[in-house]
Design a protein around this ligand. Structure first.
Ligand code: MLC
Ligand code: AMP
Length: 504
């Protein structure tokens, strides 16, 4: 197998990573990650306390070099979710920064502090390009929400990561000269695989902002040296809001080579505002934790035949399947929607390709249920335009919410709410939100209607059990949840039940 990071083996004094004031060159990254790889070889699986720092990048690269699967942990993960992830993935060690305060849930696990400073005696590891190992071996286990139950661990192989990153190289003419700017979290595929492993595979560099801010984007892009920006739609929405009063931001976006949005749909209004102010179009791409990247608009004359040269901007479209990805639309009755496409008939997106995950960890049932024969069911519903361009129009499961680019299952939040002593019944839905795409709304029947808990108390409870981004942003209190004669909850009737409650 092609080692994932040829530029690490070569070593050089070119910058590989920059997080704030901290920079690591390829030579330095090769040394520190190579030394850590030697320490963790044979450790089983390793958990990585995935703060937005250089340590996380070093830890993950070390695990990949050592051939040890890494489990990135959201450092804000609440008690219940952390216990589930650790119980399910059974890591042998946790990699963290020396000053990271780890929660009690990790106290039992041996800890290795990740160094980013190169000690004088650190040798250039013979390992630093990564041993050509088994391409099918697990590289990362990334947890992702389903409609019900706790998150599932998606096992991603070295093969899947290499295939997806190399397809993007082609579609975006992504080279070692590119300097990627982003502020995405490092415990999901967007920020970690595309945002850190992507530049390292190309021999380019990444500048991570630590936390998202419009000022950070304006400073680092364009004249600041950054050539590409990756973000979720919420970030582009906040950029679009700021453009009118910020000529430096307009210049920075106008000078960048490539602006990419993904993880959720970027509303056409935000596409238009950015183009009107900067003359640039945001390139939308579509992917999923289980499949890595599936479709994108193409941007460069060298793009492959599958993506027409100079494809015109098409807000609302995610473009064409990337190299190696086979994509079909399947109607409700199981029949495939073939060409000629009309841009109107809708079907579920199903995919095949070398970019797909290997399995859900410990969940052969869920893995089997996710496939229709060899085809992975994405659950996303789309149409294809006459020229094959894919336009996503919805999702099969209404119990999946995409908020700020995070996928969140209604069921896991309902279960966490039901654990609160003052909650008798709970239902969770997503509502459109201009900033987050969707906003989590909780509908709660209190144990004691005269003394309901506060909305803030319930939000804190969910944040503490699961993660802050899973907390409800709105809480409605009802006397009863609407149900049919069989006792089944009628989520569509919730707004009506609220209106009646307010009237009465
Ligand atoms: C607020 N906070 C709380 C809290 N209320 N903390 C604990 N308890 C409470 N009750 C804190 C938060 O932790 C955070 O702290 C701050 O308040 C703001 O939180 P927020 O409101 O949730 O953040 P927000 O500003 O809305 O974040 C927007 C965002 C973020 C866009 C920056 O949503 C984001 O990073 N999204 C990226 C998601 C992503 O990477 N998805 C990719 C999935 S992969 P503090 O200290 O941070 O301010 C995928 C596949 C693909 O989808 O195709 O890519
Ligand atoms: P996750 O499970 O967090 O990896 O999220 C994957 C889901 O994000 C996909 O199934 C889509 O629903 C959604 N998604 C990702 N990119 C896009 C996009 N460009 N447009 C619309 N939806 C997207």
């Amino acid at each position: 197998m092609d080692a994932l990071f040829p530029a690490l083996a070569a070593g050089s004094d070119r910058p590989a990573l920059r997080f704030g004031a901290e920079t690591l060159t390829y030579d330095e990254l090769g040394r520190v990650a190579g030394a850590l790889a030697v320490r963790i070889a044979g450790a089983g699986r390793v958990a990585v306390w995935a703060t937005p720092t250089a340590r996380t990048a070093v830890a993950v690269v070390a695990a990949l070099l050592a051939g040890v699967p890494a489990i990135p942990l959201n450092p804000r993960t609440g008690e219940r979710e952390l216990a589930h992830i650790l119980g399910d993935s059974t890591p042998g060690v946790v990699l963290a920064g020396a000053d990271d305060d780890l929660p009690a849930g990790l106290a039992e696990l041996p800890r290795i502090d990740v160094e980013t400073a190169v000690a004088h005696d650190t040798p250039v590891s013979a390992n630093s390009g990564g041993r050509p190992g088994d391409p099918e071996s697990a590289a990362l286990i990334v947890y992702t929400s389903g409609t019900t139950g706790p998150p599932k661990g998606v096992v991603l192989s070295h093969r899947a990561i290499a295939a997806s990153l190399d397809a993007l190289e082609e579609a975006w003419a992504w080279t070692g000269d590119d300097v990627l700017v982003h502020a995405l979290p490092l415990f999901h595929v967007h920020g970690l695989i595309l945002g850190i492993l992507g530049p390292l595979r190309r021999g380019g560099s990444v500048r991570h902002l630590g936390a998202f801010s419009v000022e950070g984007v304006a400073r680092e892009l364009g004249a600041g040296g950054g050539t590409m920006l990756f973000g979720v739609p919420t970030m582009y929405h906040r950029i679009a809001d700021a453009l009118a009063g910020d000529p430096a931001l307009v210049r920075a976006l106008a000078e960048a080579r490539l602006l990419v949005s993904g993880s959720a749909a970027l509303p056409v209004h935000d596409h238009e505002r950015i183009t009107a102010a900067t003359g640039r179009t945001v390139v939308e791409r579509y992917g999923m934790t289980e499949t890595l990247m599936l479709c994108s608009l193409g941007v460069h004359p060298q793009t492959p035949a599958s993506v027409p040269v100079g494809s015109p901007p098409r807000p609302g479209s995610v473009g064409l399947p990337l190299r190696g990805v086979e994509l079909r639309l399947v109607e409700e009755d199981g029949s495939e929607l073939g060409a000629p496409y009309d841009g109107e008939r809708v079907g579920e997106i199903q995919v095949k390709g070398p970019n797909l995950f290997s399995a859900y960890l410990n969940r052969p049932d869920a893995t089997a249920a996710a496939f229709d024969g060899e085809w992975f069911r994405t659950g996303d519903v789309a149409v294809r335009e006459p020229d094959g361009y894919v336009r996503i129009v919805g999702r099969k499961a209404t119990d999946l919410i995409k908020s700020g680019g995070y996928k969140i299952g209604a069921g896991e939040i309902e279960n966490a709410l039901l654990d609160h002593p003052a909650v008798r019944e709970a239902a969770v839905t997503g509502e459109p939100d201009p900033d987050l795409g969707e906003r989590i709304v909780a509908w709660v029947v209190a144990e004691d209607a005269a003394k309901p808990p506060t909305a803030g108390e319930l939000a804190d409870h969910v944040a503490g059990q699961l993660a802050p981004h899973k907390r409800p942003r709105t809480v409605h209190f009802l006397r009863a949840l609407p149900r049919n004669d069989m006792g089944k909850l009628l989520k569509k009737a919730l707004p009506e039940a609220l209106a009646e409650a307010l009237d009465g």
